[in-house]
Design a protein around this ligand. Structure first.
Ligand code: TXA
Ligand code: MG
Length: 317
């Protein structure tokens, strides 16, 4: 379904929610805000609708998707719940946390969502617009970030349109995403493992779990777009850990530095996370050949920020 279509701009109000839910029920694609980034949603039970996500994003079909649910009860038909899931969901849902759990037999989820794995990634977003949309639809929604595969994730409706206008049925405008980084993904099908750093720091998860999380080995078998080396790529080249800036570079600062855009002049990692993708979009649009980025401390949300920056800087295919 990548043939040209008119992409509706929907407001975050009752009429917008009803329209989005009707489009999902008809197997169409609707981009919507979550507190992390904008998602590109489709009916998770429909092979045709889920296939359309991969086509619109030009995403390699072997990458599994996260299923979004309105409440914890909605996970019962989908996955086998565990004590660790209870501890983490109890502490952090709704919020920027995705749990990978054993898939139930006969779960109403297209095989394209799991890419044939026997696990499923589930998430209950906190954004009130996401909650209203999931409530209006009443069934699980599969949603990757609403960007073309390999590009920067969108934290506003205006970021969604350059890549996906004419390729999706609608986008619901819910303003800027507050967290600004994708959810933290924890694997709970075996040893609890941090599969992707994200909007919830690993330290907080370990505190709730009462023990450390295993770290995903770089060579681990699960293929994930957010885990491939080159991802979140702006058009410009990226130079990281820039302690000074060179002539002609677009300067992305952190802390008290002279720069074009600052992630957080106060050195606040939450503020930096929320600004990261929007600032990368803006500096990329300025046309500079290189974006130089100040060093970001490797703690708290800095772990996920540095993860995204390293992937954005990685050599491209
Ligand atoms: O914040 C977010 O997580 C956003 C919003 C829209 O919810 N979604 C998002 O989706 O970032 P996406 O598709 O860009 O990234 C999903 C990640 C991928 O790295 C994928 O491989 C991983 O989740 N994933 C999905 N199912 C998995 C599974 N069963 N086992 C391991 N990893 C899985
Ligand atoms: Mg993504």
């Amino acid at each position: 379904m990548t043939e040209s279509q008119t992409t509706e701009r929907l407001a975050a109000d009752a009429a917008g929610y009803a329209r989005a839910a009707a489009l999902w029920a008809a197997g169409r694609l609707v981009a919507f805000p979550t507190e992390t980034v904008y998602g590109l949603g489709a009916d998770a039970a429909s092979d045709r609708a889920v296939a359309a996500i991969f086509a619109a994003k030009e995403r390699p079909a072997f990458n599994p998707l996260i299923v979004h649910v309105p409440d914890r009860a909605a996970t019962e038909a989908l996955v086998h719940w565990t004590d660790d899931a209870e501890a983490l969901a109890g502490a952090f849902w709704p919020g920027p946390l995705t749990l990978v759990l054993p898939l139930r037999d006969r779960a109403p989820v297209s095989k394209l969502v799991t890419a044939g794995l026997d696990t499923l990634a589930v998430r209950m977003p906190a954004h009130p617009v996401a909650q209203a949309l999931l409530g209006a639809f009443g069934r699980p929604v599969a949603a990757p970030s609403a960007n073309r595969s390999g590009r920067i994730s969108p934290t506003r409706a205006a970021h969604v349109l350059p890549g996906l206008d004419g390729r999706i049925a609608a986008v619901v405008d819910g303003g800027a995403a507050e967290v600004g980084l994708e959810s933290t993904i924890v694997g709970l099908a075996g040893t609890p493992t941090l599969l992707r750093p994200g909007g919830l720091p690993g330290e907080a998860l370990e505190a709730a779990l009462g023990r450390p999380l295993a770290r995903r080995a770089e060579a681990a078998a699960i293929s994930a777009p957010g885990q491939t080396a080159s991802h979140y790529a702006p058009r410009a080249a990226l130079r990281l850990d820039a302690r000074d800036f060179r002539p002609g570079e677009a300067r992305l600062g952190f802390g008290r530095v002279a720069c074009d855009l600052n992630l957080s002049a106060a050195g606040d990692l939450h503020e930096a996370a929320a600004a990261l993708f929007a600032h990368l979009h803006a500096l990329d649009a300025s046309g500079a050949a290189t974006i130089a980025v100040s060093p970001i401390p490797e703690r708290g949300l800095g772990v996920a920020i540095n993860d995204r920056l390293r992937r954005a800087a990685a050599p491209r295919d």
